[in-house]
Design a binder for this molecule. Structure first.
Ligand code: ADP
Ligand code: ASP
Ligand code: MG
Length: 454
């Protein structure tokens, strides 16, 4: 097969949650001979249980969590034709989980967390190979850590694309002939071989990185919704599927909280111009959304494309009289943030204060707090710091927003019963964002959706 036709198919947690879900996903794989590489998440629920173990729990809770993980995986094994080798391998991985969880209850670390949580993907991928084999296909398990080289920022590691490409040529391509490769999303390894992870939801990103390294023709993201919708269909039943969308629009959606795609997924896709398809593994016949370059879009780009919601936002307001007519205050603030590995998301300034939100896109695997005491202490040496939580970010994503007359009136009229803590507009023609009280956020989305899309 030439690479231009090759498809990398990724299946999320609900698509490998249990035996029936794995069968649906296997049927999706086998229905298209172009699918050569399959990237899997852990079975739904398993990563959360592993993260809880990694945080360190008492003996009783630890045993309960391990039992829950075992029950999820054994329920799949029980449906498969008896294969003592696979059962032995899953038991070995469960034993590893037990000893790593014991270690975590004594002392936690982000390297240990990654070593522990990688077991979810290791188990689901072993089991999925058996489901494919049961359907008479020649599937081969592959440890993605052989090729997914990252830095050693455990919990949210950055992939090293040049190394990944070279390692794929060396280790992955040679085993691909006539085999469907089944591998893990989300996990990688740093230069000395220690396991790393790409942050929660990172399997989409893995699929895109492998797609780029192997020059695939398409990346398919199979999940529990039949495509990308005008907003999260869990918030309003009025949400409509978007049949085709540009990379830029989808990237904005992912960045501003549309969980259906991990925010980094489109970076490799855009770089190498690889279309990304999003569909439901349970209902593949329902079709889905295709994400590609603006040149490929057949329909006209709408002013309003979608609404996204990002919860749990933290707002910092930094106040200092020395900011008045002074230079360099923002530079100092940003360098303190960078020193603490925090990227700033939205920023607004006034005469003597700066308000900024912390970037929570692609949260780290251990879910560790962004705002540390050390950061606050250092900022406090420079200015007065006010911290506000319980905020959510509502983003309106669209096209040529800054050039469209009447756009703001429509948006603000719809939001007039709600208070807006901060708004950001103008840096991109693709979005306008509001920081609002978390209790209002879903209502705001519903009302904006009715006004702009229904
Ligand atoms: P997976 O485990 O397959 O990666 P996720 O839970 O990460 O699945 O992503 C799918 C979920 O994304 C959907 O169930 C839906 O609730 C949510 N979602 C948020 N925004 C959107 C959107 N605009 N379109 C579709 N789904 C969305
Ligand atoms: N299993 C990981 C998670 O739950 C990665 C993923 O599903 O994409 O975050
Ligand atoms: Mg996901």
């Amino acid at each position: 097969m030439n690479n231009a036709q090759m498809i990398i198919a990724k299946f999320g947690g609900t698509s490998v949650a249990d035996y029936p879900a794995m069968c649906n996903s296997a049927n999706v794989v086998l229905s298209n001979p172009n699918v050569q590489v399959v990237v899997l998440s852990a079975s739904a629920g398993v990563t959360n249980l592993l993260v809880a173990l990694a945080e360190g729990c008492n003996n009783e809770v630890r045993q309960q969590n391990i039992d829950k993980i075992r029950a999820i995986q054994y329920a799949i094994i029980d449906k498969l034709p008896a294969n003592p080798e696979v059962k032995k391998e899953i038991d070995r991985l469960l034993d590893n989980i037990t000893s790593l969880a014991e270690a975590a209850s004594l002392a936690t670390s982000s390297a240990l967390t990654d070593e522990l949580v990688c077991h979810g993907e290791l188990m689901s991928s072993r089991l999925f190979v058996e489901v494919l084999k049961e359907k008479q296909s020649s599937a081969r398990w592959f440890d993605v850590r052989q090729v997914m080289r990252t830095d050693s920022f455990f919990g949210k590691a950055t992939p090293d694309f040049t190394a990944i490409k070279q390692l794929c040529d060396q280790h992955l391509k040679p085993v691909m002939n006539n085999n469907i490769i089944v591998t893990q999303g989300f996990i990688g390894s740093e230069a000395t071989g220690k396991t790393t992870t790409l942050g929660r939801g990172g399997s989409d990103y893995t699929a895109a990185l492998l797609g780029e390294a192997l020059h695939a023709g398409q990346i398919d993201i199979w999940t529990d919704v039949a495509g990308i919708y005008t907003t999260d269909p869990r918030i309003t039943s009025g949400a409509k599927r978007i049949d085709e969308i540009t990379f830029a629009e989808a990237a904005e959606m992912a960045t501003f909280g549309a969980k259906v795609l991990h925010p980094a997924t489109l970076v490799p896709a855009v770089r190498s111009n690889i279309p990304v398809f999003v569909g439901s593994s349970k209902a593949p016949k329902d079709g889905g959304t295709i994400v590609y370059s603006a040149k490929s879009i057949r329909s006209e780009l709408p002013t309003f494309r979608a609404l996204a919601l990002r919860r749990k936002q933290t707002l910092l307001t930094l106040h200092s009289l020395s900011m008045l007519h002074a230079q360099g205050f923002l530079a100092q603030v940003f360098s303190i943030m960078a020193k603490h590995n925090i990227s700033v998301d939205l920023v607004t300034t006034s005469e003597v204060s700066v308000a900024l939100t912390l970037d929570t896109t692609g949260t780290s695997t251990d879910g560790g707090p962004l705002l540390t005491k050390a950061l606050l202490d250092e900022l406090s040496t420079l200015c007065h710091v006010q911290v506000e939580d319980n905020l959510s970010l509502v983003a309106i994503i669209g096209n040529k927003l800054t050039e469209t007359k009447g756009m703001a009136k429509k948006v603000f009229d719809t939001m007039d019963q709600f208070s807006i803590r901060m708004s950001c507009y103008g840096a991109s023609t693709h979005n306008i964002c509001f920081l609002v009280n978390s209790n209002d956020a879903e209502n705001i989305i519903k009302q904006l959706h009715t006004a702009l899309f229904e």
